[in-house]
Design a binder for this molecule. Sequence first.
Ligand code: PGA
Length: 252
Amino acid sequence: MRKAYIAGNWKMNMTPSAGAAFAKELRAAAEKAAVDVKVMVAPPFVTIPAVAEVLKGSSIIVAAQNMNDHESGAYTGEVAPAMLKDLGVNTVILGHSERRSYYGESDSFINAKLRLAIKEGMDVVLCVGETLEERESGRLEEVLSTQVSGCLKDVSAAEMAHVTIAYEPVWAIGTGRTATPEDADAAHAYIRSLVASLYSDDIAQNLIIQYGGSVNASNVKALMAKENIDGALVGGASLSVEKFLPIMTFDK
Ligand code: PGA
């Protein structure tokens, strides 16, 4: 049985004080609603300490949205995994499409970060997904296959226990346009089959695959009802309790 995993990617939103106030409200609402799925929030780096303080002792995981591919050194403006771990952060989102497209992150660069994160004992949410042009030209499977195998290169079967994959079609992110539950499930099934061929059926069956791209209170239930959809990576709708709580309680 795969446990549902709902994550909020705050992107470049929430100052430390706004993030702390929001996290306090979110924690209270989640506790009141007895949320029993796995929940994660990923604030911007500088907002992490304030949010982690508020969420200390709660079941909500605090993650980072990115990290560097080196342990330390002369990498101006970057953040190393040990710095995150020192704050109690053990989960990191890697390969988000905004990082791929705005900052030129390649599969091999994401792979280097992913392997370092795992070496440091961290869990990773690895994002993959196609653009509209790639989907419409019939290249969905080719793109997913390249991204999944490139980002997981040299990751061992045992290390896969640290990996969650988020399928996020680029055309559905922040656009209000969601993949249909059927289309999303088909992409998830394909990703699962890729992981089965790279590793084993067992590892593929245990892999949590989140869907991301305009997830909201109205569409989450239909998405989560699909066999291969195990969670959601939520952007815009993770920034208010009113919108995020119904996503966390989709099964109630
Ligand atoms: P969205 O973002 O929910 O605002 O579409 C999802 C994401 O980019 O993770």
